[in-house]
Design a protein around this ligand. Structure first.
Ligand SMILES: Nc1ncnc2c1ncn2[C@@H]1O[C@H](COP(=O)(O)OP(=O)(O)OP(=O)(O)O)[C@@H](O)[C@H]1O
Length: 331
């Protein structure tokens, strides 16, 4: 059975079309990530799925049931927000059990589910604490635990890690990946952190201006983006774009080169001046100007390169992407 089907979903606020003709199928057990620039409609789409917003037209089906007129609490979904949204006057156990009590689940079921979720999330020692007595990471784990105990058909995550610091983000990201595996749950996850998107997703949906630009596995999108927008959106540092006329006068195309596919080469075709060097220890990012175009190279290891230095740069032609001036992919 499919976890979610969206059929031609549109949403407008007044005259503004925020979601445009979105169709998508999520299989049971799949982890699907929505990415896209700020304002592209990721959260609105999640809220339409959750029932917190009504679609202006189109259909939402969850686990085989059309839910367009079903209230959020009856859709079989559980949502985890960036802000945690815990009840401050309830302790961890109270936060995790509230929805189950409202559903009038038997006490034994409630206890069993809380025990299982708190074990999975390492929350056993915190069940009597109140949200104010927890760290940000612990609060987010409680919010995730609250979703798990409901055993939803579909988990919805809205940027759940964006309030956490970098180290905690990485740990919690791994926990979410483990949870997905352990629960074999269907999950939809909104983020604008593309590391989260690349590492967590079975499939990524790239949105732009309320429309789906491309859907695919992380590597499909990375290796075979349909256009310049997707090519530039996935990958960190981002893909470099250079006018092909730098190599051949009059060529209107744009060349796309990933930072790892450019290198130092004394007979390389590009002359560049280094504007900045980021030494990461294991890697070095070199930011340089080719004419008026900024490029980033990702070099393996440590390099003695200084600002203002002139370099010759080469690239691997097999790894080059070509786009027409409108950004459509050519090769
Ligand atoms: N209740 C509302 N009324 C009017 N416009 C809205 C409403 N909610 C969202 N919008 C608009 O819809 C568009 C999409 O917003 P949405 O929050 O879905 O984007 P997003 O991709 O999640 O962005 P971000 O990454 O910044 O959170 C934005 O232009 C936003 O201003």
């Amino acid at each position: 059975m499919t976890a979610l089907i969206l059929k031609n979903v549109n949403k407008s606020f007044g005259k503004v079309n925020v979601l445009r003709d979105i169709s998508l199928t999520v299989e049971k057990g799949e982890f699907v990530v929505f990415v896209g620039p700020s304002g592209c409609g990721k959260s609105t789409l999640l809220r339409v799925i959750a029932g917190l917003e009504d679609a202006s037209s189109g259909e939402v089906h969850i686990a085989g049931r059309q839910v367009d007129h079903v209230p959020p609490s009856k859709r079989g979904i559980a949502m985890v927000f960036q802000s945690y949204a815990l009840y401050p006057h309830l302790n961890v156990r109270g936060n995790m059990t509230l929805a189950l009590k409202q559903e009038k689940q038997p006490r034994a079921v409630i206890e069993e589910r809380v025990a299982k979720a708190s074990r999975m999330l390492n929350l056993d020692d915190y069940l009597d604490r109140y949200p104010a007595e927890l760290s940000g990471g612990q609060r987010q784990r409680v919010a995730i635990g609250r979703a798990i105990v409901r055993e939803p058909e579909l988990f919805l995550f809205d940027e759940p890690l964006s309030n956490l610091d970098a180290a905690l983000r990485m740990n919690t990201r791994l926990e979410i990946a483990n949870l997905h595996r352990a629960l074999n749950a269907s999950m939809i996850y909104v983020t604008h952190d593309q590391t989260e998107a690349m590492t967590l997703a079975d499939r990524i949906v790239v949105l732009r201006d309320g429309k789906v630009e491309q859907i695919g596995t992380p590597m499909e999108l990375y290796n075979n983006p349909v256009n310049r927008f997707v090519a530039g959106f996935l990958g960190s540092p981002a893909m470099n774009f250079l006018p092909a006329s730098l190599l051949e006068a009059g060529d209107p195309r744009i060349i796309g080169l990933r930072p790892e596919d450019m290198f130092l080469s004394s007979d390389g075709p590009f002359r560049a001046r280094v504007s900045h060097v980021e030494e990461l220890g294991g890697d070095t990012n070199v930011i340089a100007m080719i004419d008026t175009h900024q490029v980033t190279l990702r070099l393996f290891g440590q390099h003695r390169i200084g600002e203002g230095q002139d370099l010759h740069l080469g690239y691997n032609p097999e790894k080059a992407f070509h786009f027409d001036p409108e950004g459509h992919r050519l090769t």
